[in-house]
Ligand binder design. Structure first.
Ligand code: NAI
Ligand code: MG
Length: 355
């Protein structure tokens, strides 16, 4: 059984991260209480203000501090006046890599009362599994002849058998527990070294361990089109870091607003804390107005409960926000008029009435 008290590091971050985090904490706290456990929330004031004061997004020993927690609950980071490369490489990417959060998991599902921008209205229910530690997002490469006519840049992608295999295994296991269909994103016709290697290791892994899973390899360009034309045909997608990044935003967009989309950065072995965060960023265009959609943060909280070993509480929380949406409580991005706080209140009411 899961421990009765979990310590959660909270990094609300910047912009609407500060507005949706209280919604996430309140809803997770309420559902935990009904299921007989408590979460200890500890707020870490890291992010862009920390950067302005200290020249770093988090303290020098930030990763050591985080290592002591059961999970990390993140809002969003990023502000217009600090380069995104600082906010990303100063906080999110070091956390994902140091804690071997090699899976980025994004469920993508049609929500009640939330219209898809697509004409085809068949319900969408898929999960994107993105390799989160290697691939195209490497630190290997460089720039030379800066500012001159001859200026050039090289960036190497790094794929390892271990890295591909563990992503494929995670995705196949997930597919086995769902509709049994796994689609692997590739580009082996154009990227002739890393992508054929990806294809081979994915196929080997699935064939060896998951005979019940049907594996289909699709070229990333055709796959992107397929997601727009017939998204209901997909079940689990597995993709490299870059392809997965793009596919998960696309997959999120076809179900409605980015504001509702959750994600988990998982260390599946639980040797290190995992990190749970909405897909969206700090949305400076709407920050401070109280209109941010908190569903992405709340749903990320449900994913955190699931990963910590409380699947019933997680399902309860998902059912509660789905009920609130179905009853018509929606923020502006979903075509409604509700404020962040009103959505939170509606979800809290549903948590109680579903108890
Ligand atoms: P964004 O996700 O912040 O915003 C994109 C658009 O979606 C905006 O029009 C925004 O108003 C809307 N939106 C996003 N979340 C919403 C919500 N919860 N409710 C209602 N509307 C919502 O992406 P953008 O504008 O590209 O990036 C803004 C900043 O956030 C940048 O500094 C970027 O680097 C950072 N960012 C951080 C991420 C993270 O912390 N994991 C992820 C993505 C971006
Ligand atoms: Mg992205």
């Amino acid at each position: 059984a899961a421990a009765q008290r979990q310590r959660i590091a909270v990094i609300a971050g910047d912009g609407i991260g500060l507005e949706v985090m209280p919604a996430g904490i309140d809803c997770v706290t309420a559902v935990a209480r009904l299921h007989g456990f408590t979460l200890g929330w500890e707020h870490l004031e890291w992010g862009s203000d920390h950067y302005r004061a200290h020249g770093r997004m988090m303290p020098v020993d930030g990763l050591e501090t985080l290592a002591g927690y059961d999970a990390i609950f993140l809002g969003a980071v990023g502000v217009p006046d600090i380069p995104d490369v600082q906010t990303l490489w100063g906080l999110l990417i070091p956390i994902r890599r140091a804690f071997e959060q090699y899976i980025n998991l994004r469920p993508v599902k049609t929500l009640p009362g939330v219209a898809s921008p697509l004409a085809d209205s068949a319900p969408i229910d898929m999960v994107v599994v993105r390799e989160n530690n290697e691939g195209e997002y490497s630190e290997i490469g460089g720039r030379m002849y800066r500012g001159l006519e001859e200026e050039s840049a090289v960036q190497e992608a790094v794929f390892t058998r271990r890295g591909i295999r563990r992503a494929a295994r995670f995705a196949a296991e997930l597919a086995a527990g769902r509709r049994g269909l796994l689609t692997s994103a590739t580009k082996s016709n154009g990227i002739v070294h890393t992508m054929p290697f990806w294809d081979e290791v994915v196929a080997e892994t699935v064939r060896a361990g998951f005979p019940q899973v049907r594996l289909r390899s699709e070229l990333i360009d055709a796959l992107a089109a397929g997601l727009v034309l017939h998204p209901h045909r997909y079940d689990v997608l597995v993709a490299s870091n870059l392809f997965g990044d793009i596919l998960s935003d696309l997959a999120g967009a076809i179900t409605g607003s980015i504001g509702s989309a959750p994600s988990a950065n998982l260390n599946p072995e639980r040797r290190h804390p995992s990190m749970f965060e909405p897909v969206h960023g700090s949305a400076p265009d709407i920050a401070g107005q109280g209109i941010a959609n908190p569903i992405g943060q709340i749903w990320s909280g449900a994913m955190m409960l699931d990963a910590l070993g409380y699947p019933a509480a997680a399902a309860h929380l998902v059912a509660a926000f789905e009920a609130a949406l179905a009853a018509g409580t929606r923020t502006r991005d979903l075509g409604g008029t509700a404020l962040t706080e009103q959505v939170t209140a509606a979800v809290l009411t549903e948590i109680d009435s579903l108890a």
